[in-house]
Structures are given as structure tokens and as C-alpha cells.
Design a protein around this ligand. Structure first.
Ligand code: ATP
Length: 367
């Protein structure tokens, strides 16, 4: 099912009524979500991710804008008539019911032509349990399950009515690191198997990047960028997006542009720079991905070596530079190319496609 968001806006009344200042949780959000895709809604706490999901589910009414599921305008429909499956961070299972009864629950109140016989309900519940591989747990109560198993039950319950759209709000945040990894792969597999359009909220960029067909990066209610994860990583629209994606994070420097050359301090670090700005600002921010550094004896950027962390296949070289806006510069280098540990200075060349240039004032990308 295609989901179309048209100029969606949600304002909440501000806490200080006298000032009459609304909180704009979501601002003028338009996006045509393609059928059958997994979309990751991503951003820091308070950026409006959950509100966007709640607008799509119908739990929250928009202040302005419309929502379509395919051809149908669902903006004024209550959640139960939208054909959605919802999964929350805290699973929201009924503790006194068995796993089977929890999964059956959404089928029990179907009315009219949608009503099912007991046998039909049981079959659908078993099918949903099979999808998330919990058939052997059907007689247990939620209290007798691990966090990961409870999350699977919540997903089975959301899938049992074969929703048109599956909405997941931080579904992995109560799981430990290993289970998170496993469960996110699981969500991807289930989504591929069912082909249900799925929208997934997370503040964890790695999680969103690893399983989404497309990501939406939000900040303060405003969509910053939409695209395929690799596309957004390789072409961030602004400094916020560049900083938000990637571990270790991008390294940011104060830079200058003069005669088509990019400088960090007195060192010209890139020649023949393509910058899209008119007039061209002189002072800029330069961001370099950790994998954008090459150790070279005569490299263009000199930094003070402060440490090396071995990470198996690669090493992380930690260094400092007066013009760096991060307290430390982190570069990822292959183990074959170790720095000279005796020396206090390391020199790098920069890989042009891993270097981004931003305006200092608006933080917009210009090169
Ligand atoms: P988190 O990751 O912390 O859940 P989020 O990105 O999901 O954050 P939202 O929960 O959508 O963000 O909140 C966006 C903004 O709207 C925040 O400033 C929040 O305080 C505000 N907000 C959300 N719900 C309400 C509400 N019911 N009443 C008033 N303000 C609200």
C-alpha cells in the first residue's frame, strides 16, 4: 500500500500558555512512501518522529495536511479503521493472556462480514506466530518470555489482521545489543516476506541505515533529507545530516575557500573544488568522513597524533588539529597502513568524495 503524506503539520499548545507559542512537532511534511518498502524515520529525541508515526496511525490528528493510503483519504478515519498494525517500544502485551490469546486479540472484535470462526482465527494466529518463529511459545504468558520473544509476540499481534501498513515505534530500544541486531534482521526478513509497507521510528542511525529501503532524517519537526541510506550518507544535504549519520562521526573543520582551493588553516587540502554557491563564501565548514583520510608521508593535512585503536580489520587513528571542531579527529585506516608511532605528527591526504563543504551560517551543503 502506498502511503502519501501531504503537507502534514502538527502543532501542540506550548507549556507556557501566556506566551501562546505552539510547539511545532511536525512541519509541512510531504512524502510519497512507495508500496512495500521499509522506511526508517530517524532523528534525535524530540524531532517529531513519534508524532509523524501517530499521525499515520490516526492516534494524533493533524493540524493541517492530509494522509492517503493508496487512493483513500484516511485523514479523518480513526486508527481502527485504517488497517494498520502498531508495535510500540514497550510491547504493550496483555500480561494475563497467553501468547496465543494476545495474538488472537485483534481478531476477536471483528464485525459483520469480517467475523471469523474460531478455527479461522486460530489458523491466522498460528500463521502470524510462524512468521515471527514463536510457534513453540503459544501457551506461555508474556512474563515467561525474554524481551526479544515479547517483541516477536507484539509483531505477530500487529500482523495477524494482515495490515496494509505496519508502524513500529522504537521497537528495539528495550533489547540488549545482541538481540537488537538479531531482531532488526528479523524485522527486515518479515517485512520482505509479507511485503507490507512498514514505517520504523528510531533515533539509532545505524539501525535505520542497516535495514531501511529509505530513510527520512528529521530535526525539530522539519524533514532534513529523504533518500536511500547510502545516498544520504554519501550526499548529506546539510551539516546536521552529515553529523547525524555514520560511526565514528564525520570530522568537521573550520575551512576557507580561496582560488578554487580548500584550506584547513594554512594547508591547501583539496584543489579544483566544485562548489555550488553564488556568491562563494570564503569561510566554510569542512566535513571529512573517517574513511576519507589516507596516511601519507607528504600528506596535505598535518595533525598531532594522540592514539591508535585497533579494531580488527581496521585501525582508528585519533589525532588533533587546531581547526578541528570535534575534540578529536577519528580516521579509519586499514591495518596495512599503520602510522609511525614514534612520530607525533601524522599527515593525511583527503579522498575528495568523502569531503563535504557547508556554509557556516546556514550549514547548507555547497560542495
Ligand atoms: P523521542 O525520540 O524522544 O520519542 P520524537 O522524535 O519521537 O522524540 P515527538 O515525540 O514526536 O518526538 O515530539 C516532538 C515534539 O512535540 C517534542 O517537542 C514534544 O515535546 C512535543 N510533543 C509531543 N507530543 C506532545 C503532546 N501530546 N503535547 C505537547 N507536546 C507534545
Amino acid at each position: 500500500m502506498e502511503v502519501i503524506l501531504q503537507n502534514l503539520t502538527k502543532k501542540f499548545p506550548g507549556r507556557d500558555r501566556r506566551k501562546k507559542k505552539d510547539i511545532i512537532a511536525v512541519s509541512d511534511f510531504s512524502f510519497r512512501i512507495p508500496d512495500g518498502k521499509l522506511i526508517g524515520l530517524l532523528g534525535p529525541s524530540g524531532c517529531g518522529k513519534s508524532t509523524t508515526l501517530n499521525l499515520i496511525s490516526g492516534l494524533v490528528k493533524p493540524t493541517a495536511g492530509r494522509i492517503f493510503f493508496g487512493e483513500d483519504d484516511v485523514t479523518d478515519l480513526p486508527p481502527e479503521h485504517r488497517g494498520i498494525g502498531l508495535v510500540f517500544q514497550n510491547y504493550a502485551l496483555y500480561p494475563h493472556l497467553t501468547v496465543m490469546q494476545n495474538i488472537l486479540f485483534p481478531l476477536q472484535n471483528l464485525k459483520g462480514r469480517d467475523r471469523l470462526t474460531k478455527a479461522e482465527m486460530a489458523e491466522k494466529a498460528r500463521e502470524a506466530a510462524g512468521l515471527v518463529q514463536i510457534e513453540e511459545l503459544l501457551d506461555r504468558k508474556p512474563g515467561e518470555l525474554s524481551g526479544g520473544q515479547q517483541q516477536r509476540v507484539a509483531i505477530a499481534r500487529a500482523l495477524v489482521k494482515r495490515p496494509k501498513v505496519l508502524l513500529l515505534d522504537e521497537p528495539l530500544s528495550n533489547l540488549d545489543a545482541r538481540l537488537r541486531l538479531q531482531t532488526r534482521e528479523e524485522i527486515r526478513r518479515i517485512q520482505r516476506e509479507t511485503g507490507i509497507t512498514t514505517i520504523f521510528v528510531t533515533h539509532d542511525q545505524e539501525e535505520a541505515m542497516s535495514i531501511s529501503d529509505m530513510i527520512v532524517v528529521m530535526k525539530e519537526g522539519i524533514v532534513q533529507q529523504i533518500g536511500r541510506p547510502q545516498e544520504v550518507y554519501d550526499n548529506p544535504a546539510n551539516l546536521f545530516v552529515a553529523r547525524f549519520l555514520g560511526t565514528p562521526p564525520v570530522n568537521v573543520f573550520d575551512g576557507k575557500i580561496r582560488d578554487g582551493r580548500l584550506y584547513i588553516g594554512a594547508e591547501a587540502v583539496l584543489e579544483g573544488l566544485e562548489v555550488f554557491a553564488d556568491p562563494m563564501p570564503e569561510e566554510v565548514c569542512v566535513a571529512v568522513r573517517p574513511e576519507g583520510f589516507r596516511l601519507r608521508e607528504n600528506g596535505v593535512l598535518s595533525c598531532e597524533l594522540s592514539g591508535v585503536e585497533v579494531m580488527g580489520r581496521d585501525i582508528s587513528v585519533v589525532s588533533r588539529n587546531k581547526f578541528s571542531l570535534n575534540p578529536q579527529i577519528r580516521s579509519i585506516i586499514s591495518t596495512e597502513n599503520q602510522p609511525d608511532f614514534e612520530s607525533h605528527v601524522v599527515r593525511f591526504d583527503l579522498i575528495p568524495r568523502k569531503v563535504f563543504v557547508f556554509r557556516r551560517d546556514t550549514e547548507e551543503r555547497i560542495g
